[in-house]
Design a protein around this ligand. Structure first.
Ligand SMILES: *Cc1c(COP(=O)(O)O)cnc(C)c1O
Length: 395
């Protein structure tokens, strides 16, 4: 089953609009509309949990929140077999935690880069003294899987590090195919799915992805400050059996694993103090994601199509060349002739919509990012198109 299996046509009559429970209460005439990759807009019931009083970490509510978050995470990532962990830290801390915990400093890993987040994988490995080789996709293109195959055949790698959705290029990688190739050559697949989870089809078990990393403040519309990991058996085994000392302490998943196993059973255990209000807000945001179900992906698909149609009709060129490479929650466009990313972003903001300048390692000078992941509606998309049109008319 491909990652594009979930289309609007596969769920007849699925709702296009965001459910009332997650819609924003912002007044569209006054508040600027943030169409950014993250952090994304939180539903009122998630916001409410952020204001929770601090509780002892043995508290029943806290334990129930963690348990719920862990079980909902399984459903979001399409895994029953994966061991899930919900940990304090940014998305980058999550990437570092996978590297620290799973990568043997004596063996190389292969980074497959589709933009800035691939570069980050490489940079953090390099600072940790973990050897890597990097393969970069052509700017605006997906990975060349034949090339990946031949790189894996030419040298032995312990792991492949890949970005599911790279927000700097708008590329959604075929992580199922990458994982298959990695496994053919005895490598683990570690997937940064921070900009994918909640907006893309993810079948961790079916695709046999060894480690999947997600974070709440992008398409999951949850609080910042936590990262979410799911490890399948091969990754757990290499973690538990590893014979090297990790290049980090607080990010070491081996120390966290028994703690999470206890917490998943509702039993208190301690390694570091998890932020209770974030756990509560996370559990609520994942509950909403699970409740919306497949309709959430359909909604992202329809909104992405609507935005791209509107942009192309206005003469805007997309940076991500092949439609089959395009992510469902982020669109990267080329700035029109005669305007810089900063100028376009400023002009669009004068029309009430906040976009973000490009961050691609070699294309930042001529790209702008639009985030349409999380709790967006058709009217958000229409406002965005109108604001971009109005801005372009000024150039
Ligand atoms: C946002 C993002 C990150 C980093 O998350 P931070 O919380 O900003 O550290 C990593 N990878 C991808 C793909 C992202 O979109």
């Amino acid at each position: 089953m491909g990652r594009r299996a979930m289309t609007s046509s596969s769920v007849p009559g699925a709702a296009t609009s965001v459910p009332r429970s997650v819609a924003s209460s912002a007044d569209p005439d006054r508040a600027p509309l943030a169409m950014v990759v993250g952090p994304t807009r939180l539903a009122p019931s998630v916001l409410a949990r952020l204001g929770d009083q601090a509780r002892p970490i043995t508290d029943a509510v806290f334990l129930a929140d963690i348990r719920r978050a862990l079980s909902q995470l399984r459903s979001v990532l399409g895994t029953e077999e994966g061991e899930c962990l919900v940990l304090p830290g940014s998305g980058t801390a999550g990437m570092e935690s996978l590297a620290v915990s799973l990568l043997d400093p004596r063996r190389p890993a292969l980074v497959l880069s589709t933009g800035m987040w691939g570069e980050r994988w490489q940079a953090l490995c390099s600072d940790l003294g973990l050897p890597t080789a990097i393969h970069r996709a052509e700017p605006g293109r997906g990975l060349d899987l034949d090339r990946v195959e031949s790189l894996l055949a030419a040298r032995s790698y312990q792991a492949v590090l890949v970005t599911h959705v790279d927000s700097s290029s708008g590329v959604c990688a075929d992580v199922a195919a990458v994982t298959e190739a990695a496994h053919r050559h005895g490598a683990l697949s570690l997937v940064d799915g921070i900009a994918a989870a909640g907006a893309e089809v993810i079948r961790q078990d079916e695709w046999a992805i060894d480690a999947y990393l997600a974070a709440p403040p992008k398409a999951l519309s949850g609080p910042g400050g936590l990262y979410l990991v799911s490890l399948r058996e091969a990754a757990v085994r290499s973690l538990v059996d590893r014979d090297f000392s990790p290049r980090g302490y607080s990010l070491d998943l081996r120390r966290w694993l028994p703690v999470m196993r206890s917490l998943a059973e509702g039993e208190f255990a301690y390694f570091q103090t998890p932020p209770g209000n974030l756990m509560g807000a996370l559990a609520e945001s994942l509950r909403l994601v699970v409740e919306e179900g497949p309709a959430r992906l359909v909604r992202h698909d329809r909104l992405a199509e609507r935005l791209r149609r509107g942009l192309t009709e206005s003469g805007v060129e997309l940076f991500t060349i092949d439609p089959t490479d395009r992510a469902h929650g982020v669109t990267v466009l080329r700035t029109p002739e005669g305007s810089s990313p900063a100028e376009l972003v400023a002009a669009v903001e004068r029309h009430g919509v906040v976009l973000q300048a490009g961050t691609h390692p070699v294309a930042a000078e001529y790209t702008v990012r639009i985030g349409h992941l999380g709790n967006h509606t058709e009217s958000d998309i229409d406002r965005t198109i109108a604001a971009i049109r109005a801005a372009m008319a000024e150039f």
